[in-house]
Design a protein around this ligand. Structure first.
Ligand code: FCA
Length: 330
């Protein structure tokens, strides 16, 4: 009996190649890295949450790393390789690191796919051989612009005395397309382009937007009412705070963000603020689906589609609870 067990165990060891230092449990066990540029942003925490749900249901190990600059990204890739990871999903802190990221991943034998922000090569073009899942940025921007125009009409505002504040982050295509889309839709709806003022962020967070909008407001004290669009919720939140500092409130500001995950605290405030609405994206698709694609790529050799683009839906103070709960976000 003992001898039989011993023979079976030996056969199993030979079969799974355990002589190479891997334990039987390790061989074939999939590990995936998930690197994000701004781990403090609720958007990215939600992506991680859904990627973890995927790991739990498919039975792989997920390694989450906040990679806030180029050095951290490259050392994270080495670190993942040392842990026996098969591939990783990344939203890079700077898409121009694209060639360096792909080069390091290849050198380490890791698969890579991008989420949210598409990697750019040294020629300034997208690296199309890296599969990507991102938002339909231009369409989502247009939804913001149309919703701003609609709410302006509901309030009966005329364009005299009203202006648009566009909080921009133009070095990234997905964010530039959002504000361009919003401005385009407003102009199509009849808003004069000359009354659209851009506030370019130096840093893509709430304080960065606050500073940019303060600098812009100083130049336009004549404006009585503001419509705000921005690259994401944080951009609009920073703008709303800057406006409050200068006496504009919920009655004179209509701000519409993008993400829908980073404005929950704002919507939960007892008193309405100028942050009127947001476009809720799908952190589930961005977190769960990318992790699932990477898993199948590693396990079955099924390469993810080259490009996948996701949609968004408008949420307001009135509707956010129901919509977010239905998506497992509250
Ligand atoms: C970019 C933004 C994030 C989120 C994501 C989908 O990475 O910085 O806030 O909007 O796209």
């Amino acid at each position: 009996m003992r001898a039989a067990v011993g023979a079976a165990a030996l056969a199993a060891m030979l079969f799974c190649g355990c002589g190479n230092g891997k334990s039987p449990a390790d061989a074939g066990h999939v590990k995936i890295g998930f690197l994000v540029k701004q781990p403090d942003e609720p958007w990215f925490q939600n992506e991680w949450k859904f990627a973890q749900q995927c790991a739990d249901s498919f039975g792989f190990t997920l390694i989450k790393i906040g990679a806030t600059d180029g050095e951290k990204v490259l050392s994270a890739i080495d670190n993942l390789a040392a842990q026996g990871v098969g591939g990783f999903v990344i939203c890079a802190p700077d898409v121009r690191l694209g060639s360096a990221i792909v080069g390091r991943a290849r050198a380490q034998g890791l698969k890579v796919m991008s989420v949210d922000d598409r990697l750019v090569g040294s020629d300034g073009r997208y690296i199309t051989e890296v599969p990507h899942l991102g938002i339909s940025a231009s369409e989502i921007g247009k939804t913001v612009g149309r919703a701003l125009a609609a709410e302006m009409a509901v309030r009966g505002w005329d364009t005299a005395g009203t202006a648009v504040c566009a909080v921009t982050w133009e070095e990234l295509q997905t964010t530039r397309e959002r504000t361009d889309g919003a401005i385009g839709a407003l102009v199509t709806a009849g808003f004069p382009e000359a009354r659209v003022f851009k506030a370019p962020q130096r840093v893509a967070d709430i304080p960065g937007a606050f500073d940019a909008v303060n600098a812009m407001l100083v130049q336009h004290p004549e404006i009585r009412r503001w419509l705000i669009c921005g690259n994401n919720d944080n951009a609009v939140l920073g703008a709303v705070r800057a406006m409050e500092g200068r006496g504009y409130d919920a009655a004179s500001v209509i701000g519409i963000g993008i993400n829908g995950t980073d404005c929950i605290v704002e919507f939960e405030k007892d008193k309405p603020t100028g942050f009127f609405a947001s476009i809720l994206l799908s952190p589930k698709q961005h977190g769960f689906d990318t992790a699932a694609m990477m898993y199948r790529w590693i396990k079955d050799g099924a390469e993810p589609p080259g490009e996948t683009y996701t949609a968004g839906i408008l949420i307001t103070r009135k509707t956010f609870r129901e919509i977010l709960s239905s998506q497992g976000l509250l």
